[in-house]
Design a protein around this ligand. Structure first.
Ligand code: ZN
Length: 295
């Protein structure tokens, strides 16, 4: 209930891909939303009084309990569709965002492993848009006020590798981004949300000022952050293709988490969710799959 009752002035949203409406219709892109839906979501936040800030700025505002409503839009993995579709929309709103990139992929032609798996399953047709943004494109985002954060060098599940290797992934990616883009890198995103207190402390020791998890991270047997660690376990609301405006609204006020929590812990929320769905057929139930949260 903490998020719903006290943190709703500071909203952190997690996206992966933003694609054209045509592509959304013709492919099975579970991690993406289409550009026009994204525009409606951003417009909704603006109309409801949110000011858009980078994640690092949000962390500072949150720490100082600054009054007002602030939203940090974040993107994981840094695929080029973010540059092609999300960037123009956010520019229209003069809204900065934060993108977490995987340094080994920046400027390369190689596809992300999970996308190759989706393609193997016949769900998506990969193109250049699905590869990582280039250094030049990242520089353009920086010039437009965006924040570039680290998502490691190679996207390993950090809880499943030796701590020394995790340290290298966390610190080297920061160094590479800082040296190449000539910026300070202060925000971090644990791949797939796999994190624990040891990793949160390590991220702090590596010089980051904040890091994001997602709601589901808290329930993972091997990704259990307990206790939470301040700015190094900033929770996010993840947005996926099935999120209509009503569901999006419940997510932005933290209600969705409360309902999910109830559903998972007591079973009561299942009934609430079923009720919610029955009164509004256009809200798809949130299909949480393990796969969804592993990118
Ligand atoms: Zn990722």
């Amino acid at each position: 209930m903490k998020t719903f009752l006290s943190d709703h002035g500071y909203l952190t949203l997690g996206y992966h891909k933003v694609v054209s409406a045509e592509r959304m219709l013709s492919e099975d892109l579970e991690l993406a939303i289409d550009r026009e839906r994204f525009r409606r979501q951003i417009s909704f936040l603006r109309k409801t009084g949110y000011r858009f800030v980078t994640l690092s700025d949000l962390a500072v505002l949150k720490k100082s309990k600054a009054p007002g409503k602030y939203a940090a839009i974040t993107f994981d993995d840094g695929s080029r569709d973010i540059f092609n579709h999300a960037f123009p929309v956010l520019r229209d709103f003069h809204a900065p965002a934060t993108v977490f990139v995987i340094t080994n992929f920046v400027g390369q032609d190689s596809f992300f492993p999970w996308d190759l798996e989706f393609q193997r399953q016949g769900k998506i047709n990969l193109s250049r848009e699905d590869t990582s943004m280039s250094w030049d494109e990242l520089s353009q985002l920086v010039r437009d006020g965006w924040e570039i954060g680290s998502h490691t060098q190679s996207h390993p599940f950090l809880t499943e590798i030796p701590l020394s290797q995790a340290e290298k992934e966390i610190s080297e990616s920061k160094r590479i981004l800082e040296n190449t883009l000539e910026i300070r890198v202060t925000s971090f995103c644990y791949p797939a949300g796999y994190a624990n207190l040891q990793l949160a402390l390590l991220t702090e020791a590596c010089g980051y000022e904040c890091a994001v998890i997602s709601f589901t991270s808290l329930r993972r047997p091997n990704g259990d952050i307990s206790p939470e660690h301040g700015e190094y376990t900033i929770n996010r609301v993840s947005v996926y293709r099935g999120d209509g405006m009503l569901k999006y609204f419940t997510k932005t006020i933290g209600l969705w988490e409360v309902l999910q929590s109830s559903a998972l812990w007591t079973g009561v929320g299942v009934k609430i969710l079923a009720q919610l769905r029955s009164v509004s057929q256009w809200i798809p139930m949130n299909k949480i799959t393990r796969k969804t949260y592993e990118v």
